[in-house]
Design a protein. Structure first.
Length: 458
């Protein structure tokens, strides 16, 4: 696929890294000459220096031959204008734009071929908010991902010594929860992936990826570790786009929310906008302020400012002062390992979250969703099966007959909004949502080809 990426920032460069190794022809446009040179040295990509929304620059980057244009510059207006030009001048088939401003997102009617021809809108702030909200709603989990409209949920959990299943075989999970549909799809032990079988013994500190119905997640987690009490008292550091959205999402009566904002103007606006949250003007790294606001009674502290260093330091301070759990928004990927070794419970990477949403629209076949796991080392994909036994490599075949690449496993199948455990004799039907876990991203293209239908499918 011929793809033009506008913007060589964190998201653009991360996306290029993900796609360049998958038999795609990638061209990146940015005004930063040094950033483009760095990408050329590391990746097999083309680059073009210039303004991302100028017609001559797009033409020189061969936008007229592109299958897809992905606009992820730091400017909403540049991203939208580039999509307009790609549509009007070059008839680029698919146009994706990152748009952050809520003022635009509140008017989806703007984004039509007649007005602003953007096929897919990506809002990083909303994706991050949803990610954090799921973590807060599911205490004890490291990652929570919904599939098929929330019918099935993939959760990542670290097994603790006191967990009932630690030291036991995975098959015991079904014995302990006979009424629950659950499947262990992968285990990461000391950083290495294990594709588990029923006889695999769960060890303490294993990171376990489990698929279950959304309503059964808490019961499953309780088998792997002592279940954390539901979070109630939430403190948010930073009243920017993410902090504001999260506070608004949590104002449903279940949570007591405090939000700390350094800017007097922003704090005043938050106080006027939010209904129930308590807004405090101050520095989230102010030890006296945190103690005064009873940080030791806080269930989860969320550091969500635009400053990575401030987030990390305030989260570490909150943890030292007694906050039960802490999380930090970390934009720079080089900081993620540092954060995870610094007694911070959750490192939230906007890049990884945004990349997953973008990849769902780039992958071949009918990909419903893509999620990057373990800092991009693995992926979980939801793909819809189409066709019949004559024109599909999947439909009409038993799961055991699927020629999956190494490190790939069928995690779950959703049929008519019902979670079905993918036993070996199960026959895949048209319109099934097949959820696959891949521990090796090199085989992504093989999965895409497997689910593509042959000639004659309508």
């Amino acid at each position: 696929m011929n793809i033009v990426i506008l913007g060589a920032g964190q998201v653009g460069s991360s996306l290029a890294r993900n796609l360049a190794s998958e038999d795609n022809d990638i061209t990146i446009i940015d005004s930063d000459k040094a950033a483009l040179r760095d990408l050329r040295e590391k990746l097999d990509v083309h680059t073009k220096q210039g303004h991302a929304a100028h017609p001559d620059v797009l033409e020189q980057a061969n936008a007229n031959d592109a299958d897809m244009l992905i606009a992820v510059t730091n400017s909403d207006e540049v991203n939208m204008m580039a999509c307009q030009i790609a549509y009007s001048l070059f008839r680029t088939p698919t146009r994706i734009a990152r748009v952050r401003a809520a003022g635009y997102l509140q008017h989806p009617e703007l984004f039509t071929p007649e007005l602003i021809p953007v096929d897919v809108l990506i809002s990083p702030e909303q994706l991050i908010t949803d990610h954090i909200y799921r973590l807060i709603s599911n205490p004890g989990t490291l990652q929570v991902i919904d599939f098929a409209g929330g019918t099935v949920r993939l959760v990542s959990v670290k097994a603790f010594h006191e967990g009932p299943l630690v030291g036991h075989a995975i098959s015991d999970l079904g014995k302990n929860l006979p009424e629950v549909k659950v499947r262990v799809v992968a285990i990461f032990r000391q950083g290495k992936a294990i594709i588990p079988s029923g006889t695999t013994i769960i060890e303490a500190d294993d990171e376990i990826f489990v698929v279950a119905s959304a309503q059964h997640v808490r019961a499953v987690v309780s088998e792997l570790r002592s279940v954390d009490k539901p979070y109630k008292r939430i403190m948010i550091a930073g009243g920017g786009n993410v902090g504001r959205r999260l506070a608004d999402a949590l104002e449903d009566g279940r949570y007591q929310v405090k939000i700390i904002e350094k800017s007097p103007e922003v704090a005043r606006d938050l106080a006027e906008t939010l209904n129930k949250a308590i807004v405090l003007e101050g520095d989230a790294a102010d030890e006296a302020l945190l103690i005064e606001e009873n940080i030791n009674d806080v269930d989860i502290f969320c550091a969500l400012t635009n400053d990575d260093e401030a987030n990390i330091l305030s989260a570490m301070l909150a943890k030292r002062l007694g906050a039960r759990k802490v999380m930090s928004l970390v934009n720079r990927t080089v900081y993620v390992d540092l954060v995870e070794s610094a007694n911070i419970d959750h490192a939230v990477s906007p890049q990884q979250i945004t990349i997953g949403a973008l990849l769902a629209h780039v992958r071949g076949g009918d990909i419903a969703s893509v999620h990057s796991l373990r800092k991009g080392a693995a992926e979980v994909i939801e793909v819809v099966a189409h066709g019949d036994k004559q024109n599909s490599r999947v439909v009409g075949r038993k799961r055991v007959e699927l020629k999956l690449p190494p490190g790939a496993t069928v995690a779950a199948i959703v049929r008519n909004n019902e979670f079905i455990e993918p036993h070996q004799e199960l026959v895949i039907e048209e319109d099934d949502h097949v959820i696959l876990f891949l521990t090796d991203k090199r085989y992504i293209s093989a999965i895409e080809k497997m689910f593509q239908v042959g000639v004659g499918y309508i």
